[in-house]
Design a protein around this ligand. Structure first.
Ligand code: GAL
Length: 473
């Protein structure tokens, strides 16, 4: 077990005891100083062993992070070739321009052991230039690099975890030029000492790395996944993570399927529509700097290009093989993730995606809902009264409102949704209604809009309502 008490208030230089590379530390301090990142706020101990410097990460992720992650496509076989290809594709497909900035190397990037100084080593066969060179490549394209680790002794794929090495690993990541860390519980819950609650143990483990990242002086977006902890009590990250992480997973691993139909109580939330009902528990917890994360998008994942682990998960949930979202379901998925202001992390093969997939992923009107600067949460409307339709509304910056209606069922559904139960306020001049998928613009006749929808199975309508005659500001 980590000797937490002994580490509290330990001065920074003593952390060399854990094998820090002093040159790496100096690099980070100098760079941090040059960039004005260090600040002079006092350390804020949270009792987890590494002094916090929250000012370093205070301004991060004001809107949900967008990007691409290697797991759904390459699994643990990820290589620098994959990351460079994804980075190039983000540029040429227009995805970077649409806001996708973070390229993350998921699990599997390391050798099974650390070097003699305790430093993590990228697999030289798959990352011959190392991670720093990869970061330079990614940065040169106006993108940011993400990397993966775990608070346990091993990652989910059995690579060395950061347990007991948090400060060292954070400095290593910062020196390499990493901008984003996905930190995945994996083996960590198994280390919990008797008498410590599951939740306290998760909070401590994830906070330790937050503090370690901030102590480097480099702003690093922090994405955590307690859902891999196997402990439902501790997993309700939305109830504790907003002061720890910039985003936290609210579901288990997501796979390309519409709905779970087989008993999966041991692994809930695999398919796209599975998160609609549980969302009421966490939808209100996101906001600027701290977001719910519905996991990587399954948009564009195809049976011929998907990590077999991810396809197996979809097969377990559906009882079928060769699962994928069709384009209607893919539009719905992006609508739902955007309505909930989730991180938008694609996982498909960007180099071969269809024009339809590219059009979906780069729909700027939809992405603007996700990235709305107000960051206000969505609220569910209508309960079950619109049988088969899930309806959510969300206030947007400047007085607009987003409305999402999803037909979860397997038959076509048409409905007129009156504005009052949608909590839309009267506006004397009416509303302009923009359908964000068709681009169609209409005006309401009355002062409170009625929304008419006619939806194919699994289709979503995502509309933006603008009060007519509203004065700016
Ligand atoms: C899971 C996580 C996945 C992926 C995988 C790697 O726990 O949810 O997104 O990171 O670990 O082993």
């Amino acid at each position: 077990m980590i000797d937490d008490a002994a580490r509290v208030r330990r001065p920074a230089w003593v952390r060399t005891r854990f094998g820090l590379s002093l040159s790496a530390l100096l690099t980070v301090l100098v760079l941090g100083g040059l960039c004005g990142l260090g600040g002079d706020a006092p350390d804020v101990s949270v009792g987890v062993g590494i002094p916090a410097h929250r000012e370093v990460s205070a301004g991060l992720a004001r809107t949900p992070p967008m990007g691409w992650n290697s797991w759904n496509l390459r699994g643990a076989a990820v290589s620098a070739v994959d990351i460079r290809a994804a980075a190039d594709a983000l540029v040429v497909t227009g995805m970077r321009g649409a806001g996708y900035r973070y390229v993350t190397v998921d699990d599997g990037w390391m050798l099974p052991t650390r070097d003699e100084h305790g430093t993590l080593i990228a697999d030289p066969g798959r990352f011959p230039g190392g991670i720093a060179a990869l970061a330079r490549y990614v940065h040169a394209r106006g993108l940011r690099l993400g990397i993966y680790e775990s608070p346990g002794r091993t990652t989910c794929q059995g690579r060395p975890g950061s347990y007991g090495h948090e400060a060292h690993d954070a400095v290593t990541f910062a020196a390499w030029g990493v901008d984003y860390l996905k930190y995945d519980a994996c083996s960590y819950p198994g280390l919990r000492p008797a008498g410590t609650s599951a939740r306290a143990w998760l909070v401590a483990g994830f906070t330790r790395m937050r503090n370690a990242l901030d102590a480097t002086g480099r702003p690093i977006v922090y994405s955590i996944n307690p859902s891999s902890s196997g402990d439902p009590a501790g997993e309700r990250a939305w109830s504790w993570a907003s002061s720890v992480a910039n985003l936290w997973r609210v579901t288990n691993d997501h796979a390309p399927c519409w709905a779970t139909v087989l008993p999966m109580d041991y692994y809930p939330g695999v398919c796209t529509s599975d998160s609609f009902d549980p969302a009421s528990a966490w939808a209100s917890e996101g906001g600027p700097g701290h977001w719910n994360d519905l996991d990587m998008l399954a948009v564009g994942l195809t049976p011929s290009a998907v990590n077999p682990d991810v396809e197996n998960l979809a097969s377990l949930a559906t009882g079928r093989v060769s699962n994928q979202l069709d384009d209607t379901e893919a539009r719905t998925e992006l609508s739902v993730w955007s309505m909930f202001a989730s991180a938008l992390i694609a996982g498909n093969d960007l180099t071969t995606m269809s024009p339809a997939t590219r059009t979906i992923l780069t729909n700027r009107a939809v992405l603007a809902i996700d990235q709305d600067p107000l960051g206000a949460p969505a609220s569910r409307r209508g309960g079950d009264s619109w049988d088969g339709l899930s309806v959510w509304t969300r206030p947007l910056a400047g007085g607009d409102t987003a409305v999402l209606v999803v037909n979860r069922g397997d038959t076509r559904r048409a409905a007129d949704l009156p504005g009052s139960p949608l909590a839309l306020r009267a506006n004397p001049a009416g509303y302009e209604i923009a359908d964000l998928w068709t681009g169609r613009l209409t005006r309401t006749a009355g002062t409170v809009p009625t929304l008419s929808v006619d939806l194919a199975p699994h289709e979503a309508a995502l509309v933006r309502l603008t009060p007519v005659g509203r004065t700016a500001g």
